[in-house]
Design a protein around this ligand. Structure first.
Ligand SMILES: [Cu+2]
Length: 188
């Protein structure tokens, strides 16, 4: 009985400081998560399909893109087209052998150094609007897995991929906050 009384008395004395500490911890966690995610999101958009979005040049009704490939980037790395477009890729490797692939469009080119490879495709009118990946399909060194770009088709109104990193962080921060609160309760 004596022990229980002590406990009851102790709780109110501690709680003020404990809650202030928790609030600070939760705030710091959220701040760090936001900074971290922004950094990742910024890094991802700049590494994969980063840089300005290029819309190509119309040559006799065909949307033409001149693309340079080199270890381990495409320039430009972000293309924008519309459904129904006729597209011409003119892709040249500036150094060693690379590939140039877009699965959804059935494109898979092997690029010998300094030889421009030309390939024409038509974007089907019923192709779902969104972001597609162009990537190197021939091993070209340590950066090969990251040699990627994006091809934007149409004007997608909502893309889960752009929201996902932020949503994940909010969930992570929320979970961490819950753990902190639960952990704090168990200590007592
Ligand atoms: Cu490669």
């Amino acid at each position: 009985m004596a022990d229980e009384k002590e406990k009851v008395q102790k709780v109110p004395q501690r709680s003020g400081g404990v809650y202030a500490g928790k609030a600070l911890l939760v705030t710091i966690t959220i701040l760090v998560s936001v900074l971290f995610t922004s950094g990742i999101a910024y890094g991802v958009t700049n590494v994969v399909g980063g840089g300005p979005v290029v819309e190509g040049v119309f040559v006799n009704g065909v949307r033409e893109f001149e693309i340079q490939a080199q270890q381990w980037v495409y320039t430009p790395a972000a293309l924008k087209v519309d459904p129904g477009d006729r597209i011409r890729f003119v892709v040249t490797s500036q150094d060693i052998m690379h590939g140039f692939s877009i699965n959804e469009l059935g494109v898979n080119l092997a690029l010998n150094p300094d030889v421009g490879i030309v390939r024409e495709v038509e974007i089907p009118l019923d192709m779902p609007e969104g972001t597609y990946t162009m990537y190197c399909s021939i091993f070209c060194g340590i950066g090969h897995p990251y040699m990627k770009g994006i091809i934007l088709i149409g004007e997608p109104s909502f893309e889960i991929g752009k929201v996902l990193p932020y949503a994940a962080t909010v969930i992570m921060a929320g979970m961490f906050a819950i753990f902190v609160v639960i952990g704090g309760r168990k200590e007592r």
